[in-house]
Design a protein around this ligand. Structure first.
Ligand code: 5GP
Length: 145
């Protein structure tokens, strides 16, 4: 079976083009980070490359390099903003791998001992709460050395 192709009308491509809104926390020339609308925990953030790829396997290595650098930067800020004890990162590929949005992305979720993750795509978070969480992460990014 042929590999599935990138769909330029996926939700994250629309976010990149500014066609649908997001709670933005970080942006540079190659990457964008924003709040997940159905968080599995407070502070659940997504980091995406601007270059189009469905997942890890079809991504340009240069885009992957930029992505992982942004993931580290945003992960540090997320951990600080939510005073997390740890972080869980996810990256799903294709429906069989749990992927539901077909533009490469890395999930960053702050964790605390004994607090389980909520269900993947469990429910929409309140907009005002997401805005406040995004502001917290932006402040932590500004405070980064
Ligand atoms: P995947 O299963 O593809 O790794 O996860 C896609 C993630 O995107 C899910 O966690 C889901 O909650 C999130 N998501 C889906 N639609 C939107 C949207 O329109 N905006 C934002 N910010 N996140 C979305």
């Amino acid at each position: 079976m042929a590999d599935a192709q990138y769909d330029p009308d996926n939700i994250f491509a629309k976010i990149l083009r500014g066609e649908i809104p997001c709670h933005r926390v970080y942006e540079d020339a190659d990457t964008l980070a924003f709040m997940d609308v159905m968080p599995q925990g407070d502070g659940h953030t997504l980091v995406i490359p601007k270059a189009p790829s469905r997942g890890l396997l079809d991504a340009d290595p240069a885009a992957l390099s930029a992505l992982i650098v942004s993931v580290q930067k945003v992960a540090r800020a997320v951990k600080a903003a939510f005073q997390a004890e740890g972080l869980t990162l996810f990256q799903f590929n294709e429906p069989a791998g749990g992927q539901t949005v077909f533009h490469l992305h890395v999930h960053i979720i702050p964790r605390r001992e004994g607090v389980p993750l909520k269900r993947h795509e469990g429910g929409m978070a309140d907009n005002a709460v997401l805005a406040e969480h995004a502001a917290r992460i932006r402040a932590a990014l500004e405070a980064e050395p």
